[in-house]
Structures are given as C-alpha cells and as structure tokens.
Design a protein around this ligand. Structure first.
Ligand SMILES: O=C(O)CCC(=O)Nc1cc2ccccc2cn1
Ligand SMILES: [Mn+2]
Length: 248
C-alpha cells in the first residue's frame, strides 16, 4: 500500500468534506433533513462506539427523564445521557467525531437556510437501554433558543428496526410523509431543530447508542440570550461552545 503524504491525505479529507457539505446543503435546504451513511468508516466508528459503551458500562450516564425534571409520572423518554466536550478522559474519539462534524458545518457556512452557524452545544451521548420506552414525539427547539441544526451520529451495528425497534420517526411539517430513520452504525443525520421536524424514537429492544450535537444560529442565539438572561437555568443543551477546527 503506497504511503500517502500528510498533505495529500489532508487534501483528500478536504475534498471529501466539500462533497459531503454540498450534499448536506442541498438536502437540508430541500427537505429539512439529510442522512449520510459510512461517515467515518468501520474503524473510527468502532473506536467511538467503544468509548460510548465504556461511559455507559461505567455508570457515567444519567436518566434523560430526570434532566427534563418532568412532573408528569409518564416517562417521556427512556434514554440515559451525559454531556461531553471531548476533552474528558477516554473521549478522544468522541472529540474527533465532534471536530469532523464541525469541519463539515464550517464548510456549509452561510449556505444552510438563512443561518449563520458559529457555535454548537456540547455532545450529548445517549443510550436507550434494551426494552426502554423510546422518546415521545417532540420538537428539539420549539421556542427559538438558538439551535438550528440537530446532528445525530448513530453507533448501532447490524441494527434491524423490525426486531430491534428504536426507529427515529420524523414528521416533516406540511408533509404527509414520515421519515423513518434506522439508527444504523456510522450513519449521520442532520435536520432543522425547530417546529419543522417533530420526531419520536420508538421503543428499543436492544441497547441503542447515539451522539447528538446541536448547532446554533448566531442571530437567534443572541435574541434567546437576551430573552433568557434572567433565567438561571444552566441546561447543558443550551450552553454554546465555539466550533473546533478539525483535529489533524
Ligand atoms: O436518538 C434519536 O434518534 C433522537 C432522540 C432525540 O430526539 N433526542 C433528544 C434529546 C434531547 C435531550 C434534551 C433536550 C431535548 C432533546 C431532544 N431530543
Ligand atoms: Mn429530539
């Protein structure tokens, strides 16, 4: 196998990011959602899966239901989650995932709707335990909190929703068709975070792993910060961190 120089490797990565960014721009602007398979490849995807499973198996994830502090006794969501920025011990591959997605979104600058994307949330690592209840139909950002694009990276090898459940169902506004997204290994999904994309997760019968990042529109974010200035809530999903440059 001829060795590839570092500069050649980088230009291949940049060309690939450009192709992927063009695809995301076209899909999101046309349909409001975009699915891309084989995002990082078997090896990198497995490295990320191993880190997520380690976080889960060492008890680092807490019930998402509690995070929502819902008074209702009905379980709205059955996931367990933790928030990472990738600098944590044992999260270097999750950091690499976040940087890869940031690089793609930086390439999409100013071409996604009217949005100016300059920041994102931390990454939310989520596991739906086997026989969990999924996530009831909801909108990620119903109230203009600044989040404009939801990005979910799935880590579930040989997933078959007929037997394993766990389908993500998106109900694009004004469209009678439903998008059924299998949470397949090394699949990345982007969709508008606002009321255009109500969605739900069907009950899973097998452990279901995903990493989610939300990207912020700078103008909507500025307006939201002004509106929520008084609120003391330090909800991690609405904390914004700047995009990181891709790790070389
Ligand atoms: O795993 C999937 O396919 C999507 C699951 C999903 O919608 N997760 C989710 C998780 C959330 C956590 C905090 C606040 C809002 C949230 C909205 N959505
Ligand atoms: Mn959601």
């Amino acid at each position: 196998m001829p060795s590839v120089s570092n500069s050649t490797y980088l230009s291949v990565v940049e060309a690939r990011n450009k192709v992927l960014s063009d695809y995301i721009i076209k899909c999101l602007n046309s349909y409001g959602l975009c699915v891309f398979d084989n995002f990082l490849g078997e090896s990198k995807g497995t490295d990320i899966l191993n880190e997520v499973q380690k976080l889960y198996n060492t008890g680092k994830l807490t019930s998402g239901q509690l995070v929502n502090t819902l008074s209702s006794k009905d379980e709205v969501r059955g996931d367990v989650i933790t928030w990472v920025d990738g600098s944590e011990k044992g999260c270097s591959n999750i950091h690499s995932l976040i940087s890869s997605i940031d690089a793609i979104l930086l390439n999409c600058q100013n071409c996604l709707g009217h949005y100016k994307i300059k920041g994102r949330s931390k990454a939310m690592v989520a596991v739906y335990p086997a026989n969990s209840t999924g996530f009831l139909r909801h909108v990620d950002n119903p109230s203009g909190d600044g989040r404009c694009v939801t990005c979910i990276y799935y880590l579930n090898k040989n997933w078959n929703s007929k037997t394993d459940g766990g389908l993500l169902r998106i109900f694009p506004e004004g469209n009678s068709r439903v998008a059924n997204v299998e949470p397949k290994f090394d699949r990345i999904l982007f969709f508008w975070s606002d009321r255009r994309n109500p969605h739900e997760v069907l009950p899973s019968f097998r452990e279901r792993y995903a990493v989610t990042v939300w990207y912020f529109d700078s103008e909507e974010r500025k307006r939201a910060v002004k509106r929520f200035k008084s609120s003391k809530s330090r909800d991690p999903k609405s904390e914004m961190v700047p995009l990181t440059m891709p790790m070389q």
